[in-house]
Write a protein that binds this ligand. Structure first.
Ligand SMILES: [Zn+2]
Length: 142
């Protein structure tokens, strides 16, 4: 029932599902859906990871959308930004790992070299998926 981001960095922000949590008259905030609406006080932006937005939105449809918008702007946005920022240090990390693999091979520690190579392959594969999605977004409209 929550909102999930499905863009290019979806894999990195996989465990975040946004909700307009319901704040009840007694002050409790319920992330789950209940039929009971009589004591609904308002909506609070919240996430499946435990994040909660500051403030409260009115107990209306617009308020619900406001809470979801707050989740997207204040929580999801920075997560996507952080995922995007991992590109900055990526080339140096990859070079560092490649040097380590070379050293392990030269030291005849093939098992360790293989373990790190597998990590590198998984990382490159994962970034390839992200870039594939970015390429699809950047295609000119047909
Ligand atoms: Zn979250």
């Amino acid at each position: 029932m929550g909102i999930r981001y499905t863009g290019p960095y979806a894999q990195q922000v996989d465990d975040h599902e946004g909700h307009a949590a319901r704040k009840l008259a007694d002050g409790t905030v319920s992330a789950g859906w209940t039929e009971e609406t009589s004591s609904l006080q308002g909506f609070v932006a919240s996430c499946s990871c435990g994040w909660r937005g500051d403030g409260e939105h009115p107990a209306t449809e617009a308020g619900r959308e406001g809470a979801e918008g707050q989740w997207s702007t204040e929580h999801l946005g920075p997560l996507i930004e952080a995922a995007r920022a991992t590109w900055d240090s990526w080339p140096e990390e990859l070079v560092g790992l490649a040097r380590y693999v070379r050293d392990r091979v030269q030291a005849q520690d093939a098992a360790e070299a293989l373990r790190v190579l597998d990590q590198m392959v998984a990382d490159v594969d994962y970034r390839r998926r992200t870039v594939t999605l970015l390429a699809a977004q950047q295609e000119p409209p047909a």
